[in-house]
Design a protein around this ligand. Sequence first.
Ligand SMILES: Nc1ncnc2c1ncn2[C@@H]1O[C@H](COP(=O)(O)OP(=O)(O)OP(=O)(O)O)[C@@H](O)[C@H]1O
Ligand SMILES: [Mg+2]
Length: 363
Amino acid sequence: MASITYDKATRRYPGAERPAVDALDLEIADGEFLVLVGPSGCGKSTSLRMLAGLEDIDDGAVWIGDRDVTQLPPRSRDIAMVFQNYALYPHMTVAQNMGFALKIAGRPASEIKQKVLEAAKLLDIVDYLDRKPKALSGGQRQRVAMGRAIVREPQVFLMDEPLSNLDAKLRVSTRTQIAALQRRLGVTTVYVTHDQVEAMTMGDRVAVLSDGLLQQCDTPRALYDKPANAFVAGFIGSPAMNLVTAKLTADGAELGGGSVALTREVIAAADGDTVTLGFRPESLEVVSEGPDSVPIKVDLVEELGSDAYVYGKLAETDAEGTKSNVVARVDPRTPPAMGDTVHLRIRPDELHVFSATTGARLP
Ligand SMILES: Nc1ncnc2c1ncn2[C@@H]1O[C@H](COP(=O)(O)OP(=O)(O)OP(=O)(O)O)[C@@H](O)[C@H]1O
Ligand SMILES: [Mg+2]
C-alpha cells in the first residue's frame, strides 16, 4: 500500500493548444479512496493514465509512496487498473482470467489457485470460476475484472468508469460493493467517473476537474457545503444549485424583483457591481411576499412522492437581463400549480456568493 502524489503533473498531447492535464497537484493518502470527477474531456482518464504510466508526463512528477515513478514503465509501478470495458480474455475461463497476471509473473500454480479462490469468495463469483466471460452478465464480468486486479495485490488500484456498462440499478448496488471492498482491502484507490452522485457516495475525498485544471479536492460534505467556485457549485448536487447574476446594492443584492442581504465583507470582496448568487433547490422556502422574498413564475412542478421540485423563472430580469431559471424543492403535499407566482426566500446561512468575473467563492 502507498500514498500517491501528483506534483505539478502536466500532460500536453502533441498538437493540442492547451494541456489536457495542467500542473495537477494532488496528494492521496495511503488507503484512501479518491474519486476524480468532471465533465467529459476534462482530463480524468489522462490523469489516471499518467499515474499508470500509460501516458507521458511532460512536466512535473508523479510519486507512488516514496518512489518517483515519473520515468518508470507501467509494469514497474505496482498498480492494477480496471477499465470501463473489462477487457477480459474471451477464450479463458474466469479463473484463468483472474490468475493470468500471476501466471505471467511465473508464480506456482498452487499459489495462483489459492489467490484466485480467495478473491472469488470476496466477490461472490466462486460458482462462475469455470465459465467463459461470454456466459456471464455485465455485473458478473465487472466483478471478474475487479478480481483480476485484486489477485495481483497491488499497491494501488486505478479504476476508469468501471460501472458505465451496467444498467442503473446494478450500478447502484455495484458501487456500494466496490466502496465496501476497497475499505476492507485498504488499498489506495483512484476512481474516475463523470457521475457526481457516484463520486459523492463512493469517495473519501473527491477531486473536481474542469478543462484540465483541478478545481477543488475535498470531502463530499465540504464540496457540497463550501464549493470553492461557481463551477464546483453547479457541478455537485442534483438538481443543480441555482446560479444567478445579481446587482449589488448598499446592503445586499437585487434578485429578480426581490432582494437578498449580504454581509459587508462579501460586498467589499466583490470585484465590480455584480456577484453570482448560488442557492440550492433545498435552500429555498415558500413564504408570503416580503422584503427578502423573490417572486418566481412556475413553469413546471415535478412530483416525486417524497419531494416536489418547482421549475420556474425569476419574475423580473437579473443583472444580465435574463429571467434566470430557478429550481426549488417544496413541500410535496402542497405544491403550487403551473403558472402560479410563488415567493421564495433563501435561507440566509445557505446562500453562496461567487465573484461574477472569476467565479471564486467570496468570504
Ligand atoms: N491520445 C490523445 N491525443 C490527443 N488528445 C487527446 C488524447 N486523449 C485525450 N485527448 C484529449 O485530452 C482531453 C482530456 O481527455 P480525457 O480522455 O482525459 O478526458 P476525460 O475526462 O476522461 O473524458 P471522458 O469523461 O469523456 O472519458 C480531451 O480534450 C481529449 O480530447
Ligand atoms: Mg475518460
